[in-house]
Ligand binder design. Structure first.
Ligand code: ATP
Ligand code: MG
Length: 554
């Protein structure tokens, strides 16, 4: 189906938007994707990106890319750059310039002063332990901080002293004065600002007080004129602070102010979608880098051979709801398989090579044969493949004695068709000194190129091959699940679930036309699966994207 003609998905967020447009609450839809630059984006973020950018696009609205950069101790410009690259690669364009919460620090400061002036915020000198104790529990209401009744003038002065660095890190914070007996813990005088003597990647050393997420997020949304602020379910309770802050600030308490809506986050089988945990995998060398092809990061998936279209399609297939669940990895894999089946050029690669000699084929002759690039799409054209007396086939495609009549590969005295080529019959083989098969000897039937034998014989199976003199050596990286547990995030120690065999390296041969393969461009290695050239290797290295069929659920 042409994506242009695809029916737009229905979900509860679109229902809300439809109502807001028909009641004229909003004329234009504006969303944002607000990553914190403290790691690389993962497949969970892709869901949020597709939702935010995709929804805005479908309603002819706008979507901002805004870095939620309020915690300098964990953030880095490397992450800012990788996030921009990943969003673009996924096929989305943000409205105008990239936005940074840090560019609103002055406005946030003025808003904080407004809350203090209204008696709605105060500087609190309780330490961490005391603050926790005063907060109470779900069962018991909290206790007012002894600093809650400091005068407005004094609080304004103390806050300005926080700003100029008169207090140490952790000595005091600015808190909202809301309700210490609220049944929502997050409403028990939440922290709005804390002190951090850290250099920030955007504002350098301009600030030593940094706003908390709950304060910065709603204000950033309001400043940018966001209409629908979409976030994940764990922020459901925090919606109360979001509203409280905007309602208590004169400039932002408007009828068209932003509203927060929560949807369920993506949890993917055999993966973790927590930047913190992904960073641990990198830091503890369980994987090579953030873009290791085993990582569920966008850059890892890209290097593995996933296409942007397949990730967008996946996001659509899983839909948007308010129910948390664990998404079956086969949904992601079928999305990429469906895409690559249509677009990937076909080629042959021998991953576990064994030499095969065709004894009745003339020595020194190399024949050029024509093979289609795609069996169902003639417009993709043809490629030259080669044939001679010596070829490589896969070890797995030969056995001395066929186990039964259904056996479809090569065995002594059995015939098989070489893909895009002739029918051959195995006659005998050599072993090396360790007893492994070294060379298989065959004969070929010269009258079977592109046709069945005239005497009515039929070769049961087809195997792939690469001609030996033209073959190019290549490394193949075959990936398995990174985790043994289908839901590793529920484990205390993620490393206990690492699959020690998540990467297998093989050395074999590919058709000569692959010597110039473009990195990250998918090929179907016939009978083997989808592969793409690795983007980080000088040599010819291919990453296996996914097999041809779903073998996990069998
Ligand atoms: P992490 O725990 O991985 O750091 P986060 O929510 O802190 O996740 P942010 O950078 O703050 O990461 O996320 C940016 C946006 O992406 C947020 O709106 C967040 O709700 C959304 N998001 C993050 N993880 C997921 C997920 N697994 N599924 C859907 N959306 C997600
Ligand atoms: Mg976050």
């Amino acid at each position: 189906m042409n994506s242009q003609n695809k029916e737009k998905p229905v979900n509860f967020i679109r229902n809300i938007i439809n109502e807001d447009l028909s009641s004229r609450k909003h004329e234009v839809i504006k969303t944002r994707f607000p990553p914190e630059p403290n790691g690389y984006l993962h497949i969970g973020h892709a869901k949020s990106i597709c939702l935010n950018f995709g929804t805005a696009k479908d309603y002819n609205g706008f979507c901002n890319l805004r870095f939620d950069d309020t915690n300098p101790s964990k953030e880095d410009i490397e992450y800012v750059n990788s996030i921009k690259k990943d969003v673009k690669w996924l096929g989305f364009n943000w409205d105008g310039e990239v936005k940074f919460s840090s560019s609103y620090f002055n406005i946030f400061y003025i808003c904080a002063e407004e809350l203090i002036s209204k008696g709605l915020a105060y500087v609190c000198f309780l330490n961490n332990d005391e603050t926790r104790e005063y907060r109470g529990t779900l069962k018991n209401s909290g206790t007012n901080s002894p600093y809650r009744n400091t005068s407005i003038e004094e609080n304004l002065l103390l806050f300005s002293r926080m700003k100029v660095g008169d207090f140490k890190e952790g000595e005091c914070v600015l808190r909202a004065k809301i309700d210490m007996s609220s049944s929502f813990m997050c409403m028990r005088d939440p922290t709005l600002y804390r002190i951090r003597f850290q250099t920030h990647h955007q504002t350098n050393d301009d600030w030593c007080i940094y706003p908390m997420y709950d304060f910065a997020h709603c204000l950033s949304d309001a400043i940018e004129g966001i209409t629908h602020s979409l976030c994940t379910l764990e922020f459901q309770d925090n919606r109360r602070i979001y509203n409280w802050i905007l309602e208590n600030l004169d400039d932002f308490n408007t009828s068209n102010r932003p509203h927060q809506y929560e949807f369920s986050r993506l949890n993917l089988e055999y993966a973790t979608t927590s930047k913190r945990k992904l960073k641990l995998l990198v830091d503890n060398n369980h994987v090579i880098s953030w873009n290791d092809p085993r990582m569920p990061t966008i850059s890892g998936l890209r290097r593995r051979g996933y296409t942007a279209a397949s990730i967008r399609d996946f996001s659509e297939r899983i839909g948007v709801s308010k129910v948390n669940s664990l998404t079956d990895i086969s949904i992601l894999e079928s999305a990429i398989r469906d895409d690559l089946n249509n677009i990937a050029p076909r080629t042959m690669a021998v991953i576990n090579p064994v030499k095969l000699i065709i004894e009745n084929y003339p020595e020194g002759k190399v024949e050029t044969l024509i093979a289609p690039i795609h069996p169902k799409n003639d417009s993709m054209g043809t490629r030259d493949i080669f044939f001679s007396r010596e070829i490589y086939i896969d070890k797995e495609d030969f056995i001395e004695i066929a186990p039964n009549n259904k056996y479809k590969r090569l065995a002594i005295n059995k015939e098989v068709r070489l893909r895009n080529s002739y029918i051959i019959k195995a006659t005998h083989f050599d072993n090396d000194k360790d007893g492994y098969i070294k060379t298989i000897f065959c004969t070929y039937d010269p009258d079977t190129l592109g046709k069945n034998p005239s005497d009515g014989r039929k070769a049961k199976g087809v195997i792939h091959f690469v001609e030996s003199s033209k073959a190019i050596s290549a490394e193949f990286r075959i990936y398995d699940r990174l985790f043994l547990d289908s839901n590793p995030s529920k484990l205390d120690d993620l490393s206990s679930s690492i699959n020690p065999n998540s990467l297998e390296i093989k050395n074999g041969f590919v058709e000569p036309n692959l010597s110039s393969a473009t990195a990250e461009r998918a090929y179907q290695f016939e009978r083997e699966g989808y592969f793409c050239r690795d983007s980080e290797s000088e040599e010819l290295v291919f990453n296996k994207t996914v097999g041809l069929r779903d073998t996990w659920s069998q």
